[in-house]
Structure formats: structure tokens, C-alpha cells
Design a protein around this ligand. Sequence first.
Ligand code: COA
Length: 277
Amino acid sequence: MTYHFNSALKTYRITSELPEGPTSTTNEGGYICERLVLSDNILMEASELYSNHYGFWICEDIGRGTQREGARVKLSPRRLLEGYLFNDDYFITHVHHRVSGILMGYAFGLTAPDPTSPPASGKKIAWITQLVVHDEYRSQGIAGRLIGCAMLAIQNISVFGIISSHPWAVLALMRVAGIPTPDLDLDFISQHGAACLRAVGVPYATEDMLVGSAFGKPCLDDRSDAPNLVSLALTNFHVEHGWCSRIIEFEKKRGWPLGDLPEAHEFFVVVRKAEKR
Ligand SMILES: CC(C)(COP(=O)(O)OP(=O)(O)OC[C@H]1O[C@@H](n2cnc3c(N)ncnc32)[C@H](O)[C@@H]1OP(=O)(O)O)[C@@H](O)C(=O)NCCC(=O)NCCS
């Protein structure tokens, strides 16, 4: 079975055929993980990919600059560097198209000592701060391979974390951690989520932004149709969620454990890597 994402319609379909033509995964070049080295080129390419393929603002003037409703969310190379590669132990994984050489996708992340393991264990948490795949190449496993590439390149990763509005970014992370969708350990998030945030020093989310049943704050209001909040960060990142909501509804049939996504929130996930059997 093949999942095929239609980027124009922002919908998915499931077929029994393999992807064909220019979107075939055979066009992927090698996956590269760079640590503590950053070329200007990759930062420029990442900025271009992000600015053309990430998403759209849904709100004017959110206090972060000069965004316009309906305009693409953009980030300059400098803001990418300052906002998403903010400690000394960062990594970037990327993959380029084998023929055209364009950047097909990238992941930015940071590592820090795993706050849930004894310090002498040398175990690490890997926090994904950015994960973007060119919209012509989505639903082919590229996001998963980008995170997997980091896991292979960096020894001793025991915990993964991400804040994202996109259910498939969350699922890509869970796949790499070896956790089936319905088995997300919400107790782990509840007990260690805040410590993981502090360990990595994520600048755009703090403990007081965490909401949902995992943090004893399950409701935004008393409406009977109030959304089911499980583990979220109120990041005030007002990006368009319409099609993410459709994906959430689809994933609910497959055991999606994180409930709904109100505006200005993102899913907050920390997950311990599954032990090898
Ligand atoms: C979110 C994003 C990075 C996913 O990239 P991707 O390469 O399409 O993701 P993958 O193909 O690796 O899929 C990851 C998981 O999502 C699910 N998924 C992906 N496409 C799917 C589809 N069409 N139908 C059903 N499930 C799908 C699967 O569970 C998949 O895991 P699996 O391959 O082990 O089954 C990409 O959609 C994107 O760049 N979106 C815009 C930016 C964004 O929102 N980034 C996240 C912020 S951190």
C-alpha cells in the first residue's frame, strides 16, 4: 500500500501502486547529517525551501514581524540559525534530488544530555526544531529518513522531542523511535516533558505553555464540543491548520493519541526510543 499526498489539494489518498515519475524515491540522493558544521549554502537552501513549502499565516500582526494573513510563512537564513539551531550541539540532515540537485527536505535538531537517564549514561535527547519536505516529495518516507539519518549519525540518542502542528511530523518521529501510533506514552510526556524542554533550552516554548490532559489542563473552555486537548504547547504560531485537522480526523481512525489541535497551539511530544527486541 502506498500513501500519496496531493500537495495541490492538500489531501491524501491511499493506493496500491508505487509512486511514479519525478516523485519516485529513486530520485533521492544520499542522506547527509552534518553536526557542528554549517555551510552558508545549506542554510540558504533551507530558508528557500521553508519559505516556499512550509505553510501560510492565518492572522495579521502576531507580534513576530510583518506577516500578512494568507501569506507564506518565511524565514531568512539568519532567523533559521538564531531561532532553530540555538545551542552548540546542533545537527542538520538533508537530502537533495539526485538529478536536479534541489533540496528535497531537511531536518534541524539539537542534542543535550537526556534528563530522564543518569548523567553518567551518556544518553542524549534529540530535539527536532525544523522538519520540512518539498511538497512534491511528501508521503514517501523522506521525513522519517531525515530523522533516522540523525539517529544513525549520533550515538546514544534515547529520547526524541518535537513541537509541531503537523501530525505526520509527529508520526515520522514516532516511527524512528520505534513506537506504534497508539502506543505513545503520555505518562512519560507528563512526567518528563518539561524537564526535556529545559534540557534542550527550546527558546520558543516554556513549561507554562504546556496544556492538555497530560499536564492537568484538558480544556480551554466549558463548551460541550470543546476540543480534546492531550499534549500541546501554546506557541502562538498562527499557521493554517485546516488540512492538518483533516489529517487528524483521518489519523483518529488509526489510533491517533494526541486529540485535537486548536489555533495557535502545536502538538508537544517527547518519546523514549523503543528498546530493541
Ligand atoms: C510534515 C512533513 C515534514 C512530513 O514529511 P513527509 O516526508 O511527507 O513524511 P513521511 O512520508 O516521512 O511520513 C511520516 C508519517 O506520516 C504518515 N503519512 C505521511 N503521508 C501520509 C499519507 N499520505 N497518508 C497517510 N499517512 C501518511 C505516515 O504515518 C508516515 O509514517 P510511515 O512512512 O512510517 O508510514 C511534511 O508534510 C512537511 O514538510 N509539511 C510542512 C512543514 C511542516 O508542517 N513541518 C512540521 C513542522 S516541525
